[in-house]
Design a protein around this ligand. Structure first.
Ligand SMILES: [Zn+2]
Length: 427
C-alpha cells in the first residue's frame, strides 16, 4: 500500500514539477490576474463617429434598449462607444490632388444630432466614451497610397464613405502602412496626433475619456507614453499587442501577451476584451450566454466586442441586431442574478484597488479559479492531459467548489455576490 502511495506521490510531484518548469511564467501570470467575485458584462462597441442622421436614431434606440435592462442594483446595461472623431473630406482632398489632408469632424453642425444622442446616452449612463482615434487611419499613409490606388480614390469620392470599407492595413491608425510591411510612426508625430485628438474630444463632448482602444489593436510604447501624457488611464486590448502589418497587410505576430490588470507605460492599466458579438455576422444571444458562463467561472469579466457595423446595416438588420443584443443581455442577467454592469473605466479602477469588493482575496476561491484558468490554456491543458494531472486537479477544483457552496468563511463567492460595490469608482 505504501508503495502505491509513494508512486502516486512521485507521479504528482514529477508532473507538477514538469508543469512548473515548462510553464512557470504562465502559472504566475494566471495567479496574479485579478479574480472577480461577481459576473461583469460590458458591451464594447467601436467605430462610432460622423455619419448620416440615421445613426443618431439608432444610437437613441440602443440607449433606450440598454436603459430598460438593469442589474439587481438597478444599474443599466452599459455600451462603451469607441469614438472616431473625424472622416476625410474626400472632395477637398481630391480637389487638391491628394497633396493635403482635409477632415470633417463631429464638431460640425451636420453631425450635431449624433453628438446629442451620444451625450444623452452618457447622461443616462448607458453609454461611456472611449478614444478610438481622430480618424480610423493615419492620414499621411492614406495620402501616400492615393496616387496608386484607384479603389481608394473611389472610396474618397463617395460622400457616404465609411472607414469600415478601408483596406484593413490602412485601418491601423497607429502605424505607417503607406508601404508594407508597415513601419513605426515617429514618436513626435504620435504625440502631436494624440494632443490634437484630446483637444477635439474636449471641444465636442466636454470631457476627455480615460479609456483608449487602439485601432485594430496595433500600437506601441510611444503611443502609450503619449496617451498617458494626455489623460488616458486604461487601454482596451485583445489579450495581446500587435505592433505592425506584414507584407501582405495582415497583422504581424503578437509582441506580448496581456492579462487583465497588468500595467503598461506610464501606469496605463490594461483590460482584455475576451469575446466577440456581432449580430450582423450571425452571432446569437446563446454565444453571449456561453461566454458569460465561461468567463465568470474563470473569475474574469466578459467584455463583448461589437462594432457600429452591426447597427448601420439596412434598417431591418439593425433592428434585428438590437433585438438580439437585448435578448443576450436579458438572458445573461436571468442566468446570473449577481451580474453587474459597469463602464470599462470603472472596471480598471477595481483592478487597481486591492481593497475592492469586486476582487476575491480568499485563497480557496482564488485557487479554484486558477485551476480553471490553467485548464483553459492550451499549452497547460495538453501537458495536464499527457501527464494525467488533469484528473486530480479537477477533483481539487470540485472540492474547493463544494467548500464555497457550503459557505465556509474563506469562500467569498456567495457573500460578495450580494455585497454592493463601493460607489467610489462609480463616477
Ligand atoms: Zn475600429
Amino acid at each position: 500500500m505504501s508503495t502505491v502511495l509513494t508512486l502516486l506521490l512521485l507521479w504528482v510531484v514529477v508532473s507538477a514539477g514538469l508543469l512548473t518548469a515548462m510553464h512557470g511564467r504562465l502559472l504566475r501570470a494566471l495567479w496574479r490576474e485579478p479574480v472577480l467575485t461577481r459576473p461583469v458584462v460590458i458591451v464594447e462597441s467601436d467605430d462610432w463617429g460622423p455619419g448620416p442622421g440615421t445613426d443618431a436614431g439608432i444610437l437613441r434606440a440602443i440607449a433606450a434598449s440598454l436603459d430598460a435592462i438593469r442589474d439587481r442594483s438597478g444599474r443599466p446595461a452599459v455600451m462603451t462607444l469607441g469614438i472616431v472623431l473625424g472622416v476625410p473630406d474626400g472632395a477637398a482632398i481630391l480637389a487638391g490632388k491628394g497633396k493635403v489632408y482635409a477632415r470633417r469632424s463631429l464638431a460640425e453642425p451636420e453631425f450635431a444630432p449624433i453628438v446629442a444622442a451620444i451625450r444623452d446616452g452618457c447622461a443616462t449612463r448607458v453609454f461611456a466614451l472611449q478614444r478610438h482615434g481622430l480618424e480610423h487611419f493615419w492620414p499621411a499613409a492614406l495620402l501616400a497610397r492615393l496616387a496608386d490606388d484607384e479603389a481608394l480614390r473611389e472610396w474618397l469620392a463617395d460622400p457616404s464613405t465609411r472607414s469600415e470599407a478601408l483596406p484593413a492595413a490602412l485601418q491601423s491608425r497607429w502605424v505607417d502602412s503607406a508601404r508594407l510591411p508597415s513601419t513605426p510612426l515617429a514618436p513626435p508625430a504620435i504625440e502631436a496626433a494624440v494632443r490634437e485628438e484630446a483637444a477635439l474630444f474636449k471641444q465636442v463632448f466636454g470631457e476627455l475619456p480615460e479609456v483608449a482602444v487602439p485601432n485594430t489593436f496595433v500600437w506601441d510604447d510611444a503611443l502609450e507614453r503619449a496617451w498617458a501624457a494626455h489623460g488616458v488611464r486604461c487601454v482596451v486590448t485583445p489579450g495581446c499587442r500587435y505592433e505592425g502589418r506584414d507584407a501582405a497587410g495582415n497583422l504581424g505576430p503578437p509582441t506580448r501577451r496581456i492579462r487583465n490588470g497588468e500595467c503598461g507605460v506610464g501606469g496605463l492599466r490594461y483590460v482584455v476584451r475576451n469575446d466577440y458579438f456581432e449580430p450582423i455576422r450571425g452571432h446569437r444571444a446563446e454565444r453571449v450566454w456561453q461566454a458569460v458562463a465561461t468567463r465568470t467561472a474563470q473569475g474574469r469579466p466578459t467584455l463583448l466586442e461589437m462594432h457600429r457595423e452591426s447597427f448601420i446595416a439596412a434598417p431591418g438588420d439593425a433592428r434585428a441586431a438590437l433585438s438580439e443584443l437585448e435578448r443576450a443581455l436579458r438572458g445573461a442577467v436571468a442566468r446570473h442574478p449577481a451580474l453587474c454592469f459597469m463602464r470599462t473605466a470603472e472596471l480598471a479602477c477595481h483592478f487597481g484597488d486591492p481593497a475592492s469588493p469586486l476582487l476575491a482575496c480568499g485563497l480557496p476561491m482564488r485557487l479554484r479559479v486558477w485551476l480553471r484558468r490553467l485548464q483553459a490554456e492550451p499549452p497547460c491543458a495538453r501537458l495536464l492531459k499527457t501527464t494525467g494531472l488533469a484528473w486530480p486537479l479537477r477533483f481539487a477544483g470540485w472540492l474547493l467548489g463544494m467548500r464555497a457552496r457550503n459557505g465556509t468563511p474563506a469562500a467569498r463567492t456567495g457573500q460578495s455576490s450580494s455585497t454592493p460595490l463601493s460607489g467610489r469608482t462609480d463616477r
